[in-house]
Write a protein that binds this ligand. Sequence first.
Ligand code: NAG
Ligand code: NAG
Ligand code: NAG
Ligand code: NAG
Ligand code: NAG
Ligand code: NAG
Ligand code: NAG
Ligand code: NAG
Ligand code: NAG
Length: 490
Amino acid sequence: MDFKNKMLMYMLYLVLFKTVFSQLLSETSSSRIFKRFDRLENDVLVIRDDVLVIRKALKEESDIFREDISTLFNELRNLRKDMDEERKRRIGDISTVSNRLTESGQVERNDKQPVSITQQLSCDCGAVASQYKNVINAFKNEKSENIVLRKKFDEIRKKHDFEIGNLLEMFNNNVSGLKSTDKSLRSEIDTIKTETKANLSATQKLVHDSFVVCQKDNNYARAYFDEGLMRLNASLTNLSLNAIHEISRITSDIASLKTQTQGCYTSSCEVKDCSELLSSGAALLSGVYTVTTPLTHTKIEVYCDMVTDGGGWTVFQRRFNGSVDFYRNFSEYENGFGQKDGEHWLGLKFIQEITSSGAYQLRVDFKRWGETKGYDVYENFSLQPGTNYTINIGSRLQSLGVFKHSLNGAPNNSAAGCAFSTYDHDVDKHPMNCAETYRGAWWYNACFDAINPNALYGGPETHEARYMMYGFSDADRLALAAITMMFKQA
Ligand SMILES: *[C@@H]1O[C@H](CO)[C@@H](O)[C@H](O)[C@H]1NC(C)=O
Ligand SMILES: *[C@@H]1O[C@H](CO)[C@@H](O)[C@H](O)[C@H]1NC(C)=O
Ligand SMILES: *[C@@H]1O[C@H](CO)[C@@H](O)[C@H](O)[C@H]1NC(C)=O
Ligand SMILES: *[C@@H]1O[C@H](CO)[C@@H](O)[C@H](O)[C@H]1NC(C)=O
Ligand SMILES: *[C@@H]1O[C@H](CO)[C@@H](O)[C@H](O)[C@H]1NC(C)=O
Ligand SMILES: *[C@@H]1O[C@H](CO)[C@@H](O)[C@H](O)[C@H]1NC(C)=O
Ligand SMILES: *[C@@H]1O[C@H](CO)[C@@H](O)[C@H](O)[C@H]1NC(C)=O
Ligand SMILES: *[C@@H]1O[C@H](CO)[C@@H](O)[C@H](O)[C@H]1NC(C)=O
Ligand SMILES: *[C@@H]1O[C@H](CO)[C@@H](O)[C@H](O)[C@H]1NC(C)=O
């Protein structure tokens, strides 16, 4: 590499160096700056190496020059030596030569001896002289060139040193600049750190606050939710309570409906019989209903026949299959027995209490074995006050399937105006105990004439006076399959 190229390289490095630094300056990231700084350091080291190389090269070049010069000097010394030998060798001829030279007078004598010799030599040894001249000239030239070169070199070195100084200065500047940059970066980093820390804690606080708010919200939401749940629960409870209330209301409605069907629409309203039930519209179907007796206001169940002859009939005696024994004492006939939806006797006291409160019809429906039906209807039915339960029976209104007998017929046999007798309460008009004799309980007169509804329950072939019968001829006295006795308001 020659010197110029080296310089070029150096310049290139300088440019590169500058570029790197200017780029470096534009960087903001500290890490990048550090990286770049490292690279720059390397570059500077490279430059320094190159400078060293340049220096070495310069030294080498000057060494070469020095060698060349010494060679020249040696040559010159040799020449001098040769010339001296030549002079000594030719000393004998000097006078002749000198004379010849003097005679010619061409050479100006400054230094008598050497000049003359030289003049002699130049004359005599033209080649050597010219060589000498050349050598001298060359030496002179070399010397001046060397001086110039040295000067140039010094200049270059100065310049170089200057540049290097500049470079170093610049480098130092840049290093200090970098240091200050680094410092400022560090402080910047610290600031960022502090700020970040502050920001972080602020953010943390913010997050915490948000969390607290969120938690609060959550709690609020939960409270809201709980409240909602509570409200829901309350409303559900209310609903269920309402439902229970509703159910109980419905139940009571049903009960009251039942009461209504047994009585009337309002609880204060009291019906005393099936006629009122029917007329109030509360009960339309046959069945067991509750009525309130008009005097003692006793609630009793009665079976209502709502079908027969317009309905409204309060049944006080009903038999159809003999499941209930009707041969009972007075107390039982007074208070009633059996099931209202089955075979039963309502009770004299209730019949008395109800029928005494108005105008009632009496109706007897019966069924013979073999499905033949009949009925017998009278007006003005009631039981007189007192424990005899004396029966009042008005005119017969209509009848079917009844032969000659009636409840108000022949004086000796009719029930009308008779007290009610049981086997243990014989108030009939016959010396004997009709009830006991004929196994019944009835408004016996002098006993009866084919009418013994509360006697024993007989079969299809039974035809005896102690069996349940109504209106057959004495000859037949055939037992009935079923009988119902009932009353309704006229
Ligand atoms: C590095 O040196 C260059 C060239 O002298 C200069 O322009 C720059 O400002 C210096 N940078 C620093 C950080 O001092
Ligand atoms: C945190 O830093 C971000 C981004 O620099 C900024 O928007 C925000 O306002 C800072 N927050 C605080 C609490 O300093
Ligand atoms: C719902 O309400 C009922 C009655 O107020 C209460 O007994 C019950 O504990 C409540 N349930 C809940 C889950 O709040
Ligand atoms: C419960 O139900 C009743 C009747 O529907 C209503 O008047 C009352 O406001 C309800 N109470 C609640 C707490 O929902
Ligand atoms: C009679 O009728 C009632 C009511 O229908 C019934 O419960 C009973 O079993 C019957 N008895 C006989 C013997 O048929
Ligand atoms: C009537 O008959 C019933 C049932 O058998 C009995 O409990 C009651 O004591 C009897 N009454 C009299 C007065 O005999
Ligand atoms: C019998 O009933 C009819 C019609 O209900 C009535 O007009 C008459 O006065 C009643 N007779 C007696 C004695 O009560
Ligand atoms: C009614 O009975 C009495 C006494 O037993 C009797 O004297 C009278 O003749 C009877 N009357 C009729 C119509 O049978
Ligand atoms: C009950 O009837 C019988 C027979 O008819 C009679 O002797 C008696 O005096 C009556 N009793 C009352 C309280 O009327």
